[in-house]
Design a protein around this ligand. Sequence first.
Ligand code: UD1
Ligand code: MG
Length: 461
Amino acid sequence: MDKIIPSIIILAAGVGKRMHSDLPKVLHKIADKSLISHVVDCANALNPNNIYVIYGYKGAQVQQACADRKIFWVEQAQQLGTGHAVAQAMPSITDDAMVLVLCGDVPLIKPATLQALYSKVDRNSLGVLTVVLDNPKGYGRIIRNTQNQVVRIIEEKDADPEIKKIKEVNTGIFIIPASHLRRWLASLKNDNVQGEYYLTDIIALAVDENLPIHTTISHDMYEVMGVNNRQQLAILERHYQSQQVNQLMLGGVSVRDPARVDIRGTVQAGRDVLIDIDVIFEGDITIGNQVKIGPHVVIRNAKIGDNVDILSHCVIDNVVIGAGCRIGPFARLRPDTVLGTQVRIGNFVELKKTIVAEGSKINHLSYIGDTEVGSDVNIGAGTITCNYDGVNKHKTIIGDGAFIGSDTQLVAPVTVGAGATIGAGTTITKNTPPDVLTLSRTVQKTISSWQRPTKKLISDN
Ligand code: UD1
Ligand code: MG
């Protein structure tokens, strides 16, 4: 049998009424990625001929959300049913194609399952992916004859009580030779309870022509589960998260509670990483060996070196952290911050667009922005870079080995020389020379004659 390269049609024109949302259903997200993007990425993993997405309700928004993916967009102006939706793409598809139909609201479908489905078919047969559900309510039922061959699909709304007892259901996913599909779609009727052109009716038409119908039964109900309401969306989110976390653990990461870690992107981790509870990863993250991530930490797009210790309640966003650093608790590292090795960032410290070289320490209550900090610098508690004049941002440079006393303001643009010491409480407005003490401070005085005021006594008369 020839290797099949499918042409893929993804149905995504529906409104998704039961979401009660201003967003089209397929733009709701699992792990911060839209449902339609999950399906398109699965489709792309099959190296298809083309991917056609049938759009309708708020189509411009759907197109915008998938702007970075190669898709042929096909409009279905009126939603007249799944058969009608597929028919909209057929003018662009040649007769020799094998058409794989996917649903934009079935986000966790896996490429391997689809390959298993279409490995069974040829140009004179078709395949349908089914699943057996304890509670099949709402789905189209698979009707088989006494030889166990599929003879038709009956929608829930058109089913009598006996049919409703059938637990094998249609997932909505099919592989169908284009030449036959075109002919069958042309003869679909909408004489059913919903008044729609059902794609599912092509099964009976194929049976009439004696074409074999192959089924693949999915054994993972989550991968074929559709999202019709927000409860189902949450169920699939949790399932997806548990899969992601399992993969991390199988790769050698210890996770204190797999139910309390979310991965909304990709995490690549080294050996003996330990992740505490309530940690959220977003975007692309790489983590070295022996890294510890404390509780209640959010990390977005970061590269974390070996032996880094991130203590509780840190927010780390687009940052590179060198080996052996210790961050937090309660630190906020903002975009374009790069830490060298063995850097210490302590509690209530905010860094923005700042490079900190090896061995430097910013341990307490500081804001350092648009700054280059040299190596072995010590920045005292309460140090602030005044980097913004209300219009423009300015840069601060602190040389190697400098010591910045507590409660210093560095009014940028300004350079502190290497080895310089800045006295506590200083406001630096000019560049300071290296290796010497600079401070700005009013002279301390003592007034011996001063007396504390006392409370006035209020007399009775
Ligand atoms: C459909 C199947 C049902 C199956 C179920 C699996 C039909 C008639 N029924 O029912 O057998 O068990 O999926 O989830 O096919 N859509 C369009 N244009 C339309 C109508 C629908 O693009 O005119 C899209 C929807 O956006 C959705 C998909 O097709 O992504 C399925 O449509 P939906 O209305 O959810 O069909 P179900 O009633 O769930
Ligand atoms: Mg549905």
